[in-house]
Design a protein around this ligand. Structure first.
Ligand code: HEM
Length: 405
């Protein structure tokens, strides 16, 4: 337990952290990777270069500081981060390294303002926050190892099929090399893929949603070829598209993540995807087809045009398996051919007016996935329609951050 004095000191540093938080975490990462370059085998270099990880960590440290005397209120956030940590093999021994560098960065940025008393208070509370993460992650490692066929490290998989789903998205079907049964997963979960990419000094890790249902002998991921292969965000996806073929190996950690379908409910579901954001949602919809075929499903997919829309056939065939199913394609730039598709419903973007006149379900749960600007727009549309926040579920690509701002 922290003393009241320590709690008061931590709380009094919040205004400074709010101003300097980003600077502190930037210094922190620079020093961390200088002293521990081996950690670059774990961290996503693109997120680092774009400052996204700095924002995510700064936000969390601040949230923790604000709630230091009632950390249970940030437990849902901690659990979500812990899922990501577990999927990247973050271990208890990493926490003191991070703590030391975080304190060092506070000292470096705040200078004389960071008194010994302040640093001691932060050291103590970091220890408490870190222990919360370590305990939750320990449970998660145990859970994933104790499932039938489960594992808690990286495991080698073989690519048994490679299927083009759109002009930019390709699916990889992955079978464990040791031929063990694959553990089940919750539709919506992701795995981490790790590989040594030629020309890269460190191992690269990326998370991809599982795009098929549990219970198959393989896991399927569907990867969008990002931008140009020379661009940092394109390195890994272009590597998979260009160099990974049937028979090749990839290393995977066990499924993780809490953006998952609640199958205890029977209420209608509306899925809204932007581009490759369909990947966790198609897994959820196929699971409904298998286990809750009477559950009402409305599937809304936004893309630039049909050539960029993956899984068209699979999405259409769900109408044969789900009794009350509707499918809408919304294309920004439809071709002449796209305009004739019976599932094409709108040219342009999803907006509140279109949602109001097209969504039939009452009391639905909404699952939304896509790039950040898309998510911001759709979630704000749903709020305009007075959909309760508890019924809106969404997942970002990249580190979690606030939808505000
Ligand atoms: C991701 C916070 C400790 C490695 C994250 C994220 C947050 C966060 C907010 C983004 C989560 C998301 O993407 O959904 C924290 C806090 C820590 C802590 C508050 C200490 C109490 C650590 C440690 C390591 C680590 C000890 C290992 C050295 C990572 C990695 C990611 C991550 C590799 C994925 C992000 C990427 O690759 O860009 N952490 N973390 N974290 N964390 Fe931590």
């Amino acid at each position: 337990m922290l003393s009241q004095k320590t709690i008061d000191i931590i709380k009094s540093t919040i205004p400074v952290l709010e101003v300097k938080g980003l600077e502190i975490t930037s210094v922190f990462y620079k020093n961390l990777f200088t002293n521990h370059p081996e950690l670059l085998n774990i961290f996503n270099h693109t997120n680092q270069q774009q400052g996204r990880q700095q924002t995510a960590l700064a936000n969390t440290v601040l949230a923790a500081a604000k709630n230091i005397d009632k950390l249970e209120t940030i437990l849902p956030v901690v659990k979500q981060i812990a899922q990501k940590h577990r999927s990247l093999l973050v271990k208890p021994e990493h926490y003191p390294i991070v703590g030391e560098h975080l304190l060092g960065a506070i000292k470096e940025v705040l200078g004389d303002a960071a008194t010994d008393e302040i640093l001691a208070a932060w050291a103590e509370s970091y220890g408490i926050i870190a222990q919360v993460f370590i305990d939750i992650e320990k449970e998660m490692y145990n859970d994933s190892a104790s499932q039938e066929g489960g594992w808690s490290d990286f495991k080698e998989f073989k690519v048994i099929d490679k299927v083009k789903e759109s002009d930019v998205i390709t699916s990889f079907y992955l079978l464990p090399k040791d031929h063990t049964v694959l553990p089940t997963f919750l539709p919506g979960q992701y795995i981490t893929v790790r590989a040594k990419v030629a020309g890269q000094k460190y191992l690269l890790n990326r998370q991809y949603s599982l795009s098929d249902v549990p219970g198959k002998e393989y896991y399927r991921i569907s990867v969008k070829r990002e931008a140009e292969e020379q661009q940092p965000e394109g390195v890994f996806s272009n590597y998979l598209h260009n160099f990974i073929n049937i028979g090749d190996s990839l290393e995977l950690t066990a499924p993780a993540g809490d953006f998952t379908l609640n199958t205890d409910l029977e209420s209608p579901v509306v899925f809204i995807s932007g581009g490759v954001g369909i990947t966790p949602l198609i897994s959820m919809a196929k699971q409904i087809a298998n286990t809750q075929p009477n559950r009402k499903v409305e599937m809304i997919c936004a893309s630039r045009n049909a050539k960029l829309q993956p899984f068209e056939k699979e999405l259409i065939s769900l109408s044969k398996q789900i009794n009350d199913y509707s499918l809408s394609f919304i294309y920004e730039n439809p071709s002449e051919e796209d305009l004739k598709n019976p599932y094409f419903k709108k040219q342009g973007y999803i907006d509140a007016a279109w949602l109001t006149s097209n969504i039939q379900a009452v009391d639905a749960h909404y699952y939304v996935c896509g790039p950040v600007p898309f998510l911001k727009a759709v979630v704000s549309n749903l709020k305009q329609l007075n959909v309760p926040e508890t019924n809106i579920h969404f997942e970002f690509f990249g580190p979690s951050m606030s939808l505000e701002g």
